[in-house]
Design a protein around this ligand. Structure first.
Ligand code: MEV
Length: 283
């Protein structure tokens, strides 16, 4: 059985969403495809290599299988992964592979999990690997479309965005960095999160000034330490060229994005928002 799930872009609200503030998120038209076949033992094939259950090389898929086994005991499965989503870059590759794996396992072994059940298991997998997280990534990979999260309010958001990929980094490390800052300055960092929450709400009002909100949110992400001198230099250079960009996802690297208005910066690629959630693909 083959399933696929989309990557995502957080337009506004990353990190603040870990502390209950709201974020605006949309599924994008880059997908991860996972094929699952019954087998006598476990084998995971991906661009990262071929392994058995391996919590270092393939943590999300291995934990997805372990969590699935709480529902249905399995002797083995051959899992093959192909992804269009750059890894460790803030575009939701980890959740997409988790959600697509769970959907393909569910169909291959006739368990017929609902999307809500898939989301709930993927959420546990996120916590197994990262220890902390809002659940926004497994949510959007499962359900697709565009949402205010955690309110689970669906919004209509058809946008074309340009994305620049920087370097890879671990979400867990960036989430811990923000947690440390908040521990030292709770009264300051919580106010920054409140301001980010207000940005998310303004973003879904009619007559949205998206680029001003991008500028504001990027400035606040810098304040909480998830930008860097190199990213700040890039943001400043792009602003001089007339592009407003912000980090998307955990930051510290990953990707920056801006609104595509007919012209895109050097070394960027385009994505469309509002993509479909997890689905079965024809074999
Ligand atoms: C990661 O895509 C978004 C973060 O806010 C973490 C999370 O919400 O789980 C940085």
């Amino acid at each position: 059985m083959i399933a696929s799930a989309p990557g995502k872009i957080i337009l506004f609200g990353e990190h603040a969403v870990v502390y209950g503030r709201r974020a605006l998120v949309s599924a994008i038209d880059l997908r991860c495809k996972v094929e699952v076949r019954k087998s006598v033992d476990f084998r995971i094939n991906s661009p990262l290599g071929t392994t058995n259950l391996d919590f270092k090389v393939h943590p999300y898929v291995s934990y997805a299988i372990r969590r699935f086994q709480e529902i249905q005991s399995l002797k083995g499965a051959e899992i093959s992964i192909e992804s269009e989503i750059p890894i460790a870059s803030g575009l939701g590759s980890s959740s997409a592979v988790t959600v697509a794996t769970l959907k393909a396992l569910s169909e291959e072994f006739n368990v017929n999990l609902s999307d809500q059940e898939i989301f709930e298991i993927a959420r546990k997998v996120e916590l197994d690997v990262q220890g902390r997280g809002s659940g926004i990534d497994p949510f959007i990979s499962t359900f697709g479309g565009s949402w205010i999260f955690p309110d689970k309010k669906k919004v209509d958001l058809s946008l074309e965005l340009f994305v620049i990929k920087l370097w890879e980094r671990a979400t867990k490390v960036m989430v811990e960095k923000v947690a440390n800052l908040r521990q030292r300055y709770p009264e300051i960092v919580d106010k920054i999160f409140d301001a980010i929450d207000a940005i998310t709400l303004r973003a879904v009002e009619p007559g949205l000034q998206m680029e001003e909100l991008i500028y504001l949110n990027q400035s606040l992400l810098r304040a909480i330490g998830v930008s860097s001198a190199k990213i700040d230099d890039l943001v400043a250079k792009l602003e001089k060229e007339g592009f407003f960009v912000k980090i998307t996802g955990a930051g510290g690297g990953g990707c920056v994005f801006g609104l595509f208005k007919g012209k895109k910066p050097e070394n960027s690629f385009l994505v469309r928002t509002n993509a479909e959630g997890v689905r079965i693909e024809d074999s």
